[in-house]
Design a protein around this ligand. Structure first.
Ligand code: JFZ
Length: 458
């Protein structure tokens, strides 16, 4: 029969095999194969949020758009002005945003009605706004020496805002990143650069970001378009980040299938949602999750010469337009080198917040409109808890006769003006249309919202 030591040995072998097989399946887990219910669950907060703040901040805020005699630069300044690396590295000693106050930033976003913040943990210049153990090209090497992302993620947790990180795949600083910029091939030879080692660096940083600042809402990849990044690498990275935090949301720029500025990918590509940039799709896309990101002026990073800010009215109507098509709006601020938001951005966030305080129920948790876009504005809709449908009529333009027409023969069980529910709103029917007689009030120049509750579906 077996001896005790033989049994012990056998048990040991079985245990070792079990561990190996278990860890192997854990490693090999394919998160792209989840069910629709699982994805719906994971995307729930994001689909309800509808509105977030994008922040582009880094060393490029110091030159503030100016290099030599040109003043049109932003976060791409090192590439566009062809600044040699040793020259750009000098900015490190000047980064000291003494006015930075994480709580104030988070409160400004929250007061504007935003539910999540996506900030550049690392942009294309490779500089990290967090304390990274795998590089010195980070905020801890500046005179500031404070972990900006730690302070922000703590403030977000306190205020109930989802902390999310932008992370650039392209990196103009890391010696292992390839390819080199065309113009710096001679000053920065490739030497023994090793792209696989660069991927290990990315993974180490992403682990720091998820583990030390999480749980995170989104990892927002970018800079995926250079020829060294491939679909297979995107799939691997997607699964890697999900393995760190299974319920995290990852945008489609982790993969290579994005169609330029329109930003949408096909179903063969990984990534949880599409990212149109500086534009809004002409129509909603049923069953597709997308988020338009946009600047308030013409730059992502701070440019002190750029005063071409969109008005508050334009920004509010953009938000409503996007939401009426079933998308999210990620609106950008490029903070200054002293750590403050530009005053023009502060003002707009505050004014958007005033509108949201009255009207946000017509934004949060709403879906694309069931009707075509009307001449007078937009529709959003949501399901009430009792199964009724609530339609919001966003009136951008008060028609001279004070009437708007909605193409339904259904009668609403309730109609109200969001900014003054005590005002009664008259409705009549005409040739299969519902006519709303707008109350005689001073219209909101940004968007006057009427709520209409209908029994069942529309
Ligand atoms: C990228 C970045 O390069 C830019 O600095 C900023 O962070 C923005 C949000 O994202 O910009 C892009 C990316 C891709 C295209 C255009 C701008 N594209 O494919 O057309």
């Amino acid at each position: 029969m077996f001896k005790t030591y033989q049994i012990t040995f056998l048990c040991f072998i079985i245990l070792a095999f079990t561990i190996i097989i278990f860890s192997f399946t854990a490693l090999a887990q394919d998160y792209t194969k989840e069910s629709k219910e699982q994805k719906d669950q994971r995307m729930k907060w994001w689909r309800e949020a509808r509105f977030g703040l994008f922040i582009h901040w880094g060393l490029y805020a110091i030159p503030a758009g100016k290099w030599g005699d040109k003043t049109h630069y932003g976060e791409w300044i090192r590439h566009e002005a062809q600044i040699p690396l040793p020259e750009y590295e000098k900015l490190l000693t000047q980064f000291n945003p003494v006015k930075f106050n994480a709580k104030e930033w988070v409160r400004m976003a929250k007061d504007a009605g935003m539910k999540y913040i996506v900030i550049t943990s690392k942009h294309h210049d490779g500089f990290c706004l967090f304390d990274s153990k795998v590089t010195d090209w980070d905020v801890m090497s500046t005179p500031f020496q404070r972990d900006i992302l730690k302070e922000l993620s703590d403030a977000c947790k306190e205020e109930g805002i989802k902390m999310c990180f932008y992370y650039s795949i392209m990196d103009w600083h890391h010696p292992d990143y390839l390819p080199r910029r065309e113009w710096e091939k001679e000053q920065r030879p490739e030497g023994d650069a090793n792209y696989d080692r660069y991927i290990e660096y990315m993974k180490a940083q992403l682990k720091e970001l998820v583990n030390n600042y999480g749980p995170l809402g989104i990892l927002w990849f970018d800079g995926e378009w250079e020829n060294t990044w491939t679909h297979d690498k995107g799939v691997d990275m997607y699964n890697y980040v999900r393995s760190l935090q299974p319920d995290i949301i990852i945008n489609n720029r982790v993969d290579t299938g994005r169609s330029g500025m329109a930003g949408l990918s096909t179903s063969e590509n990984v990534g949880d949602y599409g990212t149109p940039e500086q534009e809004v799709p002409a129509k909603g896309l049923p069953g597709v999750d997308w988020e338009t990101c946009m600047t308030m002026n013409k730059h992502w990073g701070y440019n002190e010469y750029d005063k071409f800010f969109k008005s508050t009215k334009v920004l509010i109507q953009l938000l409503v337009d996007i939401v009426s098509k079933g998308g999210n709006f990620l609106l950008n601020v490029g903070p200054m080198a002293n750590g403050e938001f530009p005053p023009e951005s502060v003002e707009r966030l505050r004014e958007i917040g005033e509108w949201m305080k009255v009207n946000s129920e017509s934004i949060y948790g709403t879906m694309a409109s069931p009707f075509d876009k009307p001449s007078w504005g937009r529709y959003t809709q949501k399901k009430a808890e009792n199964g009724n449908t609530i339609l919001y009529a966003h009136v951008f333009q008060y028609e001279p006769d004070g009437k708007i027409k909605i193409p339904t023969d259904k009668k609403p069980v309730k109609v109200w003006l969001l900014k003054d529910p005590s005002k009664s709103v008259k409705t009549t029917s005409k040739k299969g249309n519902l006519i709303i007689h707008l109350p005689k009030i001073e219209p909101d120049p940004n968007d006057t919202v009427i709520g209409l509750e209908f029994e069942g579906n529309l």
